[in-house]
Write a protein that binds this ligand. Structure first.
Ligand code: SF4
Ligand code: SF4
Length: 394
């Protein structure tokens, strides 16, 4: 039997035991989703795995963890299955598997940076031409023509978005198959899921934080996650605003330090750097017995790749008026290109699958709450009828 089947079969065995125990009820969304099921299919397991955010509360609370014969270890099983998700649903299938297993963000950054340096040399007629100082308006495009830069990043952006889009549609189709028309997703489910995602609700541990990196609850992981998430969004806003200035207002980069594009980009960059270093630090301190080695490797590779983007962006901003601007620009563009190229099958795709799992969860939660409310109303009606019957007799 393959490792994948072992993991899936063992996960189902563990979930059946957990469903009989239910001590962890209320720890996170996973436990309510387990409660609504009697049997666990492959697609259920994949969905639960992407709903789990590895807080480890259940592991530290469980009396049946290894070396107990039951060998219960939900965070490890889910981490292993999440890893499978990044390859199984990604597009293009075989490429995703091969690239995901062999090309890390770091190596992709290295290769793309070299390609950009070679490209700069080609465009500028050799090393000397490339190293000519370029400052002031349009300095970046003097090294690398604007149209070429737009074409390269449009292609990479399309690759990334197509990869995520196809992966999302495959994943959604799979986890939603077998649902009836009554279980359709409503706009309010999307709203609930978005609120859960934006607030990182399940990393909060009801106010105490999560048991990561050790058994002691801490809020640092949620804080660092917030810094990374919102820092990334600020950088995205900065890039979008830069495109607006350039193409609509015909005011090209580089911009002065107090320009809105630079302010948004710098604040986002600093948030990203602090958040990513924090998450990498927590990972290095996390309990080795609970970790899934492969998942730790994938997660760290993505954090390092994103950290290189943030750091090279900040260094480029600080040294853009110097003679090494061209080299820094090549490395920064290389790191961004690597991030785009590996995005569909790296840990970067995690947010896609997690968000869809939250939408599915919000729909299931709403239906379960509605059913409970109907049941409750019936019980109240029965009790009222019984009480009025007694009163009438009296
Ligand atoms: S993880 Fe352990 S304590 Fe929690 S529900 Fe499963 S068996 Fe029970
Ligand atoms: S590790 Fe945390 S998020 Fe994952 S199932 Fe256990 S309690 Fe839920």
């Amino acid at each position: 039997m393959s490792d994948k089947l072992d993991l899936m079969a063992d996960g189902k065995r563990q979930m059946e035991l957990c469903n009989a125990c239910r001590y962890c009820e209320g720890y996170c969304a996973v436990w309510r989703a387990i409660e609504w099921r009697r049997e666990f299919s492959d697609r259920d397991m994949t969905y639960l795995a992407n709903l789990c955010h590895d807080c480890r509360d259940c592991y530290y609370a469980c009396p049946f963890i290894p070396p107990h014969d039951f060998g219960i270890h939900p965070p490890k099983v889910f981490a292993g299955l999440r890893e499978e998700t990044y390859r199984k649903y990604a597009w293009p299938g075989k490429w995703a598997k091969a690239l995901g297993e062999r090309v890390s963000g770091f190596w992709a950054t290295f290769v793309f940076s070299i390609l950009f340096i070679l490209g700069f040399m080609f465009v500028n007629g050799g090393v000397e031409g490339m190293l000519q100082p370029h400052t002031g308006e349009n300095a970046f495009y003097a090294v690398f023509p604007q149209n070429l830069m737009i074409s390269v990043f449009t292609l990479l952006g399309l690759w990334m978005v197509a990869g995520w889009g196809i992966g999302a549609s495959r994943y959604w189709k799979d986890i939603r198959s077998g649902k009836s028309i009554k279980e359709k997703v409503l706009f309010k489910d999307i709203k609930t899921a978005t609120l859960y995602a934006a607030s990182l609700k399940y990393l909060d541990g009801e106010g105490a934080g999560c048991t990561y990196p050790s058994e002691e609850p801490a809020k640092s992981r949620r804080l660092f996650h917030h810094l990374v998430g919102y820092g990334f969004l600020l950088d995205l806003a900065s890039t979008t605003l830069a495109a607006f200035y350039e193409h609509i207002l015909h005011d090209p980069a580089p911009y002065p330090l107090l320009h809105p594009v630079v302010i948004l980009g710098s604040v986002g960059g600093i948030m990203l750097i602090i958040g990513l270093i924090g998450l990498l630090y927590l990972k290095s301190k996390s309990d080795k017995d609970v970790n899934d080695e492969k998942a730790v490797k994938t997660g760290s590779a993505f954090s390092v790749a994103l950290l290189i983007v943030a750091i090279t962006g900040m260094v480029l901003l600080a040294l853009r008026e110097t003679a090494i601007m061209q080299v820094l620009l090549a490395i920064h563009l290389g790191s961004v290109a690597a991030l785009f190229f590996t995005a569909p099958y790296s840990k970067f795709s995690h947010f896609v699958y997690r968000y869809l799992s939250l939408v599915n969860y919000a729909q299931e939660e709403r239906v379960a709450n509605e059913r409970e409310a109907i049941k409750h109303a019936k019980l109240v009606k029965k009790a009222v009828a019984a009480t009025s019957g007694i009163s009438a007799k009296q």
